[in-house]
Design a binder for this molecule. Sequence first.
Ligand code: FEO
Length: 395
Amino acid sequence: MKPIEIADGIFWVGAVDWNIRDFHGYSTYQGSTYNAYLIMDEKITLIDTVKKEFADELITKISVIVDPKKIDYVISNHTEMDHSGGLARIMHRVGEDKPLYCSKMGHKNLSKHFPQKWNYHAVDDGGELNIGKRTLAFMETRMLHWPDSMFTYAKEDKILFSSDAFGQHYAGLERFDDQTGEAIMTHARKYFANILLLYSPLILKLVDKVTESGLELDMICPDHGIIWRKDPAKIINAYVEWSRQAPKRKALVIYDTMWHSTEIMAETIVDALGQEGVDAQPMHLRSWHRSDIMTEVLDAGAIIVGSPTINNGLFPTVSDFLSYMKGLKPKNKIGAAFGSYGWSGEAVKLISSELEDMKFDIIDPGLKIQYVPDEQGIESCYELGRKIARALPAQ
Ligand code: FEO
């Protein structure tokens, strides 16, 4: 793929990773992209790099426009190796003594990844760099989603280089929102739910800060996926909505099962929820990837988790999912636990305790059924479903 001029003198020089299917535990069914941007001004400036494996591709793209040695400044908005992995190779080609701009935490974190004593220039929040006709302004975005994260804003072009924020794991020939249509929002939503959800309060504060500062945005260029040029406000508004986590009349019944008893319970609870007008679905943990479940968790009002008891504990996939969800800190949920057991039956209590730790509103002490649900057991599942439906907001 060739470099693409996204605005006058500003080029996309990133790489498309068509084949990645697992991004540190997040399923990337449609691959990903690592976006990097080259600004041709009096001081030629490269914003971000790519994963180490794609460094040669980045250099080839840059070389179509300019000899990489002529790059004057390199900016690293984020240390994580999908954007800085190619830095060693790039700095070697650009010149090891060329200024490398990053946040103060970026300086610390890059130094922990690379032994090279580069010519670091740690910038302050609000700091600016003149590169000729353009001024680049830096905005610290600590913990969105690493301590080193920052944005770079090209003032005259009104373009925000937003690092991971507003990104999507998506590999395609399209570079812009107006080329992909609505489908891209599904990828953006999944990205938010799995990478940024726990930082929702910070996102809301950041959006307020940007709104108050009157920052004009003609284009948002994230480091993954497509560029928002048709309607940058659309993705910002979506981030505000997702960050607020307003619960819908929607329930997920997330479970695993050994001999189908917990499965029967799950499907019965879902049936009851459906009868009460709740948007409900069972999600078997060996049929659904944890990251796809998290995408659905985003706006669900009820998270109901089921596990059989195995060796006095939880089924391993249930432990895995609870641990994953806990780290992402979803808010405004009601919760309940259920499961089949043979003789000890600890799983339900363990799930309830985990959901309580996540500050879910536990609406039932938990339903456990020995071995196989009988008629009375099935009725208990229906009753639990109805109870969840009553606790959900009417919509
Ligand atoms: Fe896409 Fe936090 O790296």
